[in-house]
Design a protein around this ligand. Sequence first.
Ligand SMILES: [Cu+2]
Length: 343
Amino acid sequence: MTPVAAPVDLSKLKRIKRELVAPPFVHEHEQVAPGEPRIVEFEMPIIEKEIQVADDAWLQGMTFNGSIPGPLMVVHQDDYVELTLINPAENMMQHNIDFHAATGALGGGALTLVSPGERTVLRFKATRPGTFVYHCAPGGPMIPWHVVSGMVGAIMILPREGLSDHKGNPVTYDKVFYVGENDFYIPKDENGNYKRFEDVAESYPETEELMNGLIPSHVVFNGAVGALTGENAMTAKVGDRVLIVHSQGNRDTRPHLIGGHGDLVWEAGKFNNVPDRDLETWFIRGGSAGAALYEFLQPGIYAYVNHNLIEAVNLGATAHFKVEGDWNNDLMEQVVAPTEIVG
Ligand SMILES: [Cu+2]
């Protein structure tokens, strides 16, 4: 299906090329659009590779740009996204990309199906501001399989004037992190050990059987248990306003920052809607990305979790923020340290 129409003349628009970076980091961008709408060029290879998702578990992964999740792309409303999608000859599978932010042709999925050894270029206009998921959707049961193998990421389309608070006043962020949550379905052998496969094709039959039971073996942030904890913790300083973009391509989730809040939360991720305030936990619908802005007020280690705590603690969906600065005893003080009860 290739739509036929007169080409649009975008020759007067400026072009800018953005280099994508691996999550949780986000490529360089302006919060307020610097001028007229532009054509923003991105290039993403699709990489099929084995990924270690826990000490004892490996996934035959499929990735946008080599990372799970795929990188966060950032543009402004009314910019044009121009993506070169590359399926290297070493891959086994056909892939494509469905942008929830795009209009028509299955989000671009119908125009981007590439076999190994092919490339394609898709351009779409970013008409609606917000955070949106993109994912592979090559048809039939390949769709959920490619998504739970890692082929999901997000795009953030900022309003041209930048973000606004609940009163419509401008707000900015000091840092932005992209946390992509994935549910994995890794089969076990008869001894209860996770099975390791030669390639994606070999992993498919047993993985699909497990997928259809709807109980994931792992629920992780950024592709692996511990990908964002300890030495990999996200960092901030007291007083930093941090924007956290959180996506889930397949399943509902409920981010929660332990010891913190969501000051302004675009739960559904769409910036034309008034943000919620002071949230303890927010809801990300499967197949969407949301955004939460928080100013850190105390130093320390914060756990950022999926508040289904079984998924957070036992299946992997935990990240850390390491925040530096001075403690505020007005907000919290240990009045009496734990001591033995006497008498
Ligand atoms: Cu795919």
